[in-house]
Design a protein around this ligand. Structure first.
Ligand SMILES: Nc1nc2c(ncn2[C@@H]2O[C@H](COP(=O)(O)OP(=O)(O)OP(=O)(O)O)[C@@H](O)[C@H]2O)c(=O)[nH]1
Ligand SMILES: [Mg+2]
Length: 316
């Protein structure tokens, strides 16, 4: 029996493709269900839409809650595998980028100083969560209250520039603010050049990239509103944040590939053991390690340096 669906149904179906958050998708599917006529030909469709809602709700509830409770107005507690700080001048698109990467609501507006306080959001990257912190624009009266503390604390700084502005001058001004804190900590940072959809300005990018390359600074062109290059940005953030994922395995069992431990690059087998249990430090004898195609259960010593995606079996 043909389903014979009204045109409004197909309009909602189109919207569904563009929806990003589980809540948005649920609302659209609920509207689709309200539109569908009930008869034998639509039974299957109705069933599959209801199943979709159930799955989306599950997905929504599994998501870790972004902590809205902050221990202080000017300090965000680190959550997840790493903390990434987004800084820049008014209207460069910091909030738009943090919103797009986390797929969570965040206030965006076309006037300067929209963001008034630090805003944490959680971003999914493959099998881990990374915390993004959106900040009030530099030059805001309260900048000094959070700037030094948050810069020192974060695992990575993203300097957000808008290609519509004088990007090099803005970069130099921001670098000047950052330098005193970076020198102490050797903190990594990258430059995110936003609004690359504004084609009248796009030609400025190459020159900026070359200047930055000369000082060995990584930059990446994106458009938050046009969702351009955001996947690459996620990847760069992960790579530059200096974290690796380690999967643990019990002897004779399959590795637990669902829940990686995250550690700093350069961590050893012993660091990993310590992270799992304090007692393991004394008891650890050796470990076996699986690494992509190269290592297959090789016996390694305590000071062996781990890499992203290593699978480790501790022997005590
Ligand atoms: N064309 C274009 N506009 C963008 C892009 N990203 C953000 N915008 C617009 O730029 C304006 C400022 O965006 P926000 O994300 O609020 O910028 P912000 O840096 O957080 O601004 P403040 O909180 O005021 O410091 C809004 O009107 C956005 O819609 C982009 O990639 N392309
Ligand atoms: Mg903002």
């Amino acid at each position: 029996m043909p389903a014979n669906l009204p045109p409004q149904y197909y309009e909602e179906e189109k919207k569904l493709k563009e929806a990003r958050t589980p809540d948005e998708k649920i609302r659209i599917i609920e509207r689709m269900l309200a539109i569908i006529p009930h008869h034998k030909g639509t039974d299957k469709l109705i069933g599959s839409l209801r199943a979709k809602i159930a799955k989306l709700k599950e997905e929504r509830d599994k998501r870790p809650q972004t902590r809205k409770g902050i221990d202080a107005l000017y300090n965000i507690k680190k959550e997840g595998a790493a903390q990434i700080l987004f800084i820049g001048f008014p209207n460069s698109g910091k909030s738009s980028i943090v919103g797009a990467l986390s797929e969570e609501y965040i206030e965006v507006a076309d006037y300067p100083y929209t963001t008034k306080i630090l805003q944490p959001r959680m971003m999914r990257y493959e099998d881990i969560w990374i915390q993004l912190v959106d900040t009030p624009a530099l030059g805001d009266d309260n900048t000094n209250m959070w700037f030094g503390n948050m810069v020192r604390k974060a695992d990575l700084i993203c300097i957000v520039l808008s290609i519509s502005e004088d990007v090099w001058t803005e970069y130099e001004l921001i670098k000047e603010e950052l330098n005193p804190h970076l020198e102490e900590t050797k903190k990594p940072y990258i430059v995110v050049v936003n609004k690359m959809d504004l084609t009248d300005h796009a030609h400025k990018y190459e020159e900026l990239e070359e200047k930055l390359r000369n000082e060995k600074t990584l930059c990446i062109p994106v458009s938050a509103t046009h969702l351009m290059n955001l996947h690459e940005l996620k990847e760069k953030i992960f790579l530059m944040s200096g974290i690796i994922r380690i999967y643990s395995k019990l002897p004779g069992k399959k590795p637990d590939l669902d829940a990686p431990f995250t550690m700093k690059k350069g961590s050893t087998v012993l660091d990993f053991a310590e992270g799992i249990h304090k007692d393991f430090v004394k008891k650890l004898r050796y470990a076996r390690l699986w690494r992509k195609e190269t290592l297959n259960g090789m016996m390694v010593s305590k000071d062996f340096i781990l890499e992203d995606r290593d699978i480790v079996e501790l022997h005590v």
